[in-house]
Design a protein around this ligand. Structure first.
Ligand SMILES: Cc1ncc(COP(=O)(O)O)c(C=O)c1O
Length: 303
């Protein structure tokens, strides 16, 4: 169950959680014509801090543009509304969900003329793949569903409709007793998780699928690449064959929800030592230090 907070920012003002409702004939409910973000706010010694807020809101506006949704608010307005909402809801740490969507008044696939609405909700939400998963790693399944292709849908847009593919991937994993899916692209190479990017470690190098492989350019992915380079770890963005997963020394997912989660097995085959590897641990520990405001050098990533 979702952990309710007091207010949701809805079309420009904070309203009571239970009053943030939409009509049954909302365009986006029927056609997935909304774009969203997933952001996290962490507890720090100086109060709640939102991780890479500007980058997330810039991506929200880009998602709007990809789907020709005229956003009623600017990135700066969304940023200010988010910080105010966190204050009003008096939460130390939370997940933040902005959504811009076509509302009520128009049916049919042409959304032009439908009212555009916007909301931001925030609520306490713990680790996505489990506290134990962060330490011990999770079991992944290569999905029977291929990841959407950029010639079909703009993959850099976090559009609600795009996530039908992610839901199928996730269901395929959990229905078969796994924690998460690894989705291949149309060509059969490694793409990403349903809501995470993927990294492998081989011979002390960090490797992740290049953007052309059909992935969302994750903000956590970008953070991990920067942190790894800072540690002097070589980072390579390139196509990854499916077989390379099984041969990896370490594997892990990154994402706002999943944070940095080790993968201990793929299709029941143990990866590396079968537990969080040393490079994963080093990157994960630094990531958590940064988001909790314990590394001054990265204060620029916190709002
Ligand atoms: C498909 C997909 N890939 C990767 C990610 C990770 O992106 P980020 O690190 O920006 O949350 C997400 C989550 O937003 C996602 O939905």
């Amino acid at each position: 169950m979702i952990s309710e907070t007091k207010f949701i920012w809805f079309n420009g003002k904070n309203v009571a959680w239970k009053d943030a409702t939409i009509h049954a004939l909302n365009h986006s409910l029927h056609y997935g014509s909304g774009v969203f973000e997933g952001i996290r706010c962490y507890k720090t010694s100086k109060g709640p801090a939102v991780f890479r807020l500007q980058e997330h809101m810039a991506r929200l506006i880009k998602s709007c543009e990809s789907y020709e949704i005229p956003s009623p608010y600017t990135a700066k307005e969304f940023e200010a509304a988010t910080l105010e909402l966190i204050k009003e809801n008096k939460v130390d740490a939370c997940y933040i969900r902005p959504l811009v969507f076509y509302g009520y008044g128009h049916m049919g696939l042409n959304p032009k003329g439908a009212k555009v609405e916007a909301l931001i909700a925030c609520w306490p939400w713990g680790t996505y793949l489990g506290e134990e998963g962060l330490e011990k790693g999770i079991n992944a399944k290569i999905s029977k569903w291929r990841r959407i292709h950029s010639s079909t849908l703009p993959m850099q847009a976090k559009c609600s409709g795009n996530y039908a593919n992610s839901i199928l991937g996730k269901l395929d994993a959990v229905n078969n007793g796994f924690d998460e899916a690894i989705m291949l692209n149309i060509e059969g190479r490694v793409a990403e998780g349903p809501g995470e990017n993927i990294f492998l470690v081989k011979n002390s190098e960090l490797v992740t699928p290049s953007v052309g492989e059909g992935i969302l350019k994750g903000i956590t992915r970008d953070s991990i690449i920067q942190i790894a380079k800072e540690f002097g770890i070589k980072v390579v963005e390139r196509p990854i064959e499916r077989d390379e997963l099984f041969d990896a020394d370490e594997l892990f997912f990154t994402g706002t929800a999943a944070e940095v989660t080790p993968i201990r097995s793929v299709d029941k085959k143990i990866i590396g030592s079968g537990k969080r590897g040393p490079i994963t641990k080093k990157l994960q520990e630094k990531f958590f230090q940064i988001v909790k405001g314990e590394d001054k050098k990265y204060d620029k990533w916190l709002s």
